[in-house]
Ligand binder design. Structure first.
Ligand code: FAD
Length: 335
């Protein structure tokens, strides 16, 4: 099939409990950029039991078309059911490009589609653009432990596919007046074809904790924190700002913090409004996960620490003095 047959940029708008996850909406912003470069439409794909909220959000965040498939069997993600729907939609509409969030489910779905369609997928992209001459998407991602960035092309097959981590890109401007074309398809997946079932959800963190990828303020600590107990200091600062605590890999390796709190290349990619880096040196692998933050405030006693190269505010000092002083001042201002 010639490349001209493959049209449009698709973004999978993943849902959890009928609500769209932020990553799909973030990818609509990147999808728009690619769609303009390819001179094609931007389409969202929404699969679920009740897709109302996700369809509304996909429209508001810029989709020209939305493909919607609903059914009881799509209440929870399963590779069999979602894979079946996605592959049938691909057969019907031949997308040129597919973007999927690099969530646990997105990684599963993306690889299933790529293998089934015998095409290429670039995982964990950090920048996307179009080579207008060839129509290839240029998928950029860190390689060799974050020491260089590789540009990957899928020049032989279509669709061309990529995953991007939650938080790697900002959501585009919301436009409540956008009126997308909504295409509903009846695609069923018989029970006997679904080999896995979700029995229960168990929360990894307590209910009051804000998820790293949803927090507007993150207070992260590294090896400079010196012990697990000392993270209480950062929790106090996070609480007073209504934020959450994150960490570097050194803090995870030391057993002071769980891996779910790790920021960086092998942890979460975050873009909060404010990111505090306390006792973190600023290794490339850490910076890869937080450099898109709105304002970066670094506290480090070593004035030559690389974190100061990406920080907006550089506080050279002992965090065990600076952090309590900040907490005290912020509490005083709140009274
Ligand atoms: P260090 O580099 O040891 O820095 C500690 C800092 O604390 C120093 O700058 C020091 O001056 C400062 N300090 C000490 N005491 C105080 C004090 N009292 N007050 C103020 N400052 C103080 N790392 C990540 O974070 N995330 C990742 O996802 C990640 N993925 C990786 C993937 C690969 C393939 C590899 C090879 C590495 C990865 N790393 C990752 C590890 C990374 O290379 C660094 O080793 C790690 O980020 C260092 O953590 P750190 O900054 O906390 O510790």
């Amino acid at each position: 099939m010639s490349f001209e047959t493959w049209k449009d940029v698709w973004v999978f708008v993943e849902c959890f409990k009928d609500q769209p996850k932020s990553v799909g909406l973030e990818l609509l912003g990147q999808g728009r950029k690619l769609a303009e470069g390819l001179k094609q439409d931007l389409c969202a794909v929404v699969i679920g039991k009740d897709t109302k909220e996700a369809v509304k959000a996909a429209g508001e965040y810029g989709a020209d078309k939305i493909y919607v498939v609903e059914g009881e069997e799509y209440e929870d993600y399963s590779a069999d059911a979602y894979g079946n729907v996605f592959l049938k939609l691909c057969e019907l509409y031949h997308p040129n490009t597919i973007l999927v969030g690099a969530t646990v489910n997105g990684r599963d779905l993306g690889s299933k589609i790529a293998v089934s369609l015998r095409t290429g997928l670039t995982a964990d992209c950090t920048a996307l653009s179009v080579d207008e001459e060839t129509g290839n998407v240029v998928w950029e991602r860190p390689a060799f432990g974050g020491n260089l960035y590789a540009q990957i092309l899928c020049s032989e097959t279509r669709p061309q596919m990529g995953t991007c981590r939650p938080g790697a890109f900002k959501k585009p401007e919301k436009n409540p007046d956008n009126e997308p074309v909504v295409i509903r398809r009846e695609i069923r997946t018989p029970d006997e074809e679904i080999r896995t079932k979700v029995i229960d959800f168990i929360k990894a963190c307590d209910d009051n904790d804000i998820r790293l990828d949803e927090a507007e303020i993150i207070v992260s600590g590294g090896r400079g924190m010196k012990s697990a107990e000392n993270f209480v200091l950062l929790k106090e600062l996070a609480d007073v700002l209504n934020g959450t605590v994150g960490c570097s890999r050194a803090a995870v390796d030391a057993g002071w913090m769980p891996q779910t709190k790790q920021v960086g290349q092998t942890g979460a990619t975050v873009s909060p409004k404010i990111y505090f880096a306390c006792g973190i040196s600023g290794a490339v692998q850490h910076v890869a996960g937080m450099s898109e933050s709105g304002t970066i405030i670094a506290i480090n006693k070593d004035e030559t620490a690389p974190i100061f190269e990406v920080a907006d505010y550089c506080i050279v000092g002992d965090l065990f003095e600076v952090v309590p002083a900040l907490v005290k001042e912020l509490k005083a201002r709140q009274q």
